[in-house]
Design a protein around this ligand. Structure first.
Ligand SMILES: [Zn+2]
Ligand SMILES: [Zn+2]
Length: 303
């Protein structure tokens, strides 16, 4: 809630005219409680879970050219029924775990100092905070995810997320309830270290979900704008992690590639890429018809 009675009061307090965005924010948020503003995240998450994967579902069913060329595991196809079942399972978890977790975590947001008032943060402030949040999330998630691949963690918790050996957009948040709770920590740590405005927090929660859907899309499109983000892992990087499955000691990071590089957990992935690249070159040259001696390559594409 903004502590000014009117736009005029706000301008006097700030000592300047409000920007267009600040006027919009004032008009929208002035009479709403901070708790209600925070709870907008539940609606945003629901909309993103439900809408962002839809084009991918369409592609999976229709197999449209040229998009279908970029399916990473082309031999694994899910029916509409199977994808909707995944959506229903995720939705169940959303209403039983994600929603209630959001509702009760408000005191922690208040404690770390997420603000809702004026002035609004600058574009630079928002972008730099989002960058910190992604870096903190990536690093923390890397180690938690790696821990979940020990025998106990995998069998008791993480196995559920790996039910999809070839991930789809709807399977991004598909996980055991305990994993959903545990992985709330990396998402919360960044804002706790560098608290910002509620709008930045909304953006963070929304972008993190979009990023998770992108990395679980099952398609590696060369025109994906994320290709311009340095060290961004994307679908190809995380798809390999699902492809290898429970024994996977590769590609634990959720966003970027550098943790796996630094800690040496991308060796299998890099080897696979090298082999596939060689096979591609050989088949282009028409020189190696018998090059596919690695049976596991049959179901996997390099690009
Ligand atoms: Zn895993
Ligand atoms: Zn995954």
């Amino acid at each position: 809630m903004i502590p000014y009675q009117s736009l005029h009061d706000a301008e006097i307090s700030l000592g300047r005219n409000l920007t267009f965005a600040e006027t919009l924010w004032f008009n929208y948020s002035a009479t709403k409680s901070d708790y209600f503003l925070f709870c907008h995240n539940i609606l945003f998450l629901f909309l993103i879970f439900s809408l962002v994967p839809l084009p991918l579902v369409f592609l999976e069913i229709k197999r449209l050219y040229p998009f279908d060329e970029y399916k990473i595991q082309p031999k694994v196809r899910l029916s509409l029924h199977e994808m909707l079942n995944c959506y229903k399972d995720v939705l169940k978890m959303f209403f039983l775990v994600v929603g209630p977790l959001q509702l009760i975590s408000y005191p922690s947001i208040k404690m770390i100092g997420i603000r809702t008032g004026l002035p609004l943060p600058s574009g630079f402030e928002i972008l730099s905070q989002l960058l910190v949040y992604f870096l903190v999330e990536d690093y923390t998630n890397y180690w938690i995810h790696r821990f979940l691949h020990n025998k106990w963690g995998y069998e008791k918790i993480h196995r559920v997320h790996h039910e999809y050996q070839a991930p789809i957009g709807f399977a991004a948040p598909y996980a055991h309830w305990a994993e959903i709770l545990i992985l709330g920590i990396p998402s919360f740590l960044g804002p706790a270290m560098v608290p910002g405005h509620m709008i930045t927090f909304w953006l963070w929660i929304a972008l993190r979900q979009v990023e998770a859907i992108d990395t679980h899309s099952g398609y590696d499109f060369p025109w994906n704008p994320t290709k311009y983000i340095p060290f961004y892992g994307g679908a190809e990087h995380h798809d390999y992690h699902h492809y290898v499955g429970g024994q996977s000691q590769s590609n634990f990071a959720s966003v970027f590639t550098y943790c796996d590089y630094i800690y040496g957990t991308d060796k299998g992935f890099r080897y696979q890429k090298k082999i596939l690249q060689k096979l591609k070159e050989d088949s282009t040259n028409g020189a190696a018809q018998n090059g596919r001696s690695y049976s596991e390559q049959e179901n996997y594409k390099s690009e």
